[in-house]
Design a protein around this ligand. Structure first.
Ligand code: NAD
Length: 259
């Protein structure tokens, strides 16, 4: 149902972002993927996405800490694929440390990638969506856009900010056929979660098993990790015509965490 539409997904070389790209391409959308990683692996993903969609798939390695590269990414998407009709603000990083030990450069990087990049994306993409009279903006927030956890000052601040930013854009675009929503997953088993285990072990003096069972899944009543595919399925629904009245929402996919 997305044939002829173009989706630009930040941070889509891995994890949830890659799952969004696969789900949208499977519905025929052109996709622009973005993020870091092994060049050959990214090219293989890009080629597979293009094959699945029957349209086009491109890769752009724009660093989400660089506003000028974000503007260029949106422009390139418009020039080479059209749109963007669907923008998914998804790039994100995590860092775990006590407030008094939290490195300033990690604070700055998390605010830039997890929050400010979404501003720069929407700033550049909304004019094209208004012109087209149709648009879907989805921000991957987090359960941490609704509640806090210790040792995640920058992440929790950025995700609360992203939720507010997305709501604001929803109000500004409501009469233009555009919707803007957050999807807020609980713990999804991706490299981002896997990589924070050693730091959490250190910060809290716990074993790997204790971090997985007593810290991560402790918050999640289902006692199961969410999957990237479950998150992507909700994004796909938000792109449907039936979802046109869902805007300014922050939709939890968190196994009951924030209940
Ligand atoms: P991931 O590490 O698998 O993917 C992150 C992606 O962002 C990768 O493609 C990476 O290359 C890209 N990226 C990182 N820094 C970048 C930069 N400076 N410029 C461009 N791209 C950059 O992680 P994930 O778990 O799939 O996370 C995706 C999003 O989902 C993030 O915003 C994260 O905060 C959010 N989220 C994840 C979970 C979870 O449990 N995994 C839960 C809630 C929210």
């Amino acid at each position: 149902f997305l044939k002829g539409k173009t989706a630009l997904i930040t941070g889509s070389t891995s994890g949830i972002g890659l799952a969004y790209a696969k789900a949208l391409a499977a519905e025929g959308a052109n996709v622009m993927i973005n993020g870091f990683g092994d060049e050959a692996a990214i090219e293989a993903e890009r080629a597979a996405l293009q094959e699945t969609s029957g349209g086009k798939a491109l890769y752009d390695g724009a660093d989400m800490t660089k506003p000028e590269l974000i503007a260029a990414l949106v422009q390139r998407c418009h020039d080479e694929l059209g749109g963007p009709d669907i923008v998914i603000n998804n790039a994100g990083i995590q860092y775990v440390a006590k407030i008094e030990e939290f490195p300033t450069e990690k604070w700055d990087a998390i605010i830039a990638i997890n929050l400010s990049s979404a501003f720069h994306m929407m700033h550049a993409a909304v004019p094209y969506m208004k012109e087209a009279g149709w648009g879907r903006i989805i921000s991957t927030a987090s359960a941490h856009s609704l509640v806090a956890s210790p040792n995640k000052a920058a992440y929790v601040a950025a995700k609360h900010g992203l939720a507010g930013l997305t709501k604001t854009v929803a109000l500004e675009t409501a009469t233009f056929g555009i919707t803007a929503n957050c999807i807020s997953p609980g713990y999804v088993w991706t490299p981002l979660v896997e990589h924070q285990i050693p730091d959490t072990m250190k910060a809290r003096g716990l074993t790997r098993e204790q971090v997985i069972n007593d810290v991560l899944l402790d918050a999640q009543p289902t006692k199961e990790f969410v999957t990237s595919e479950q998150v992507a399925a909700l994004a796909l629904f938000l792109c449907r015509g039936e979802a046109k009245s869902i805007t300014g929402a922050n939709l939890s996919v968190d196994g009951g965490w924030t209940a």
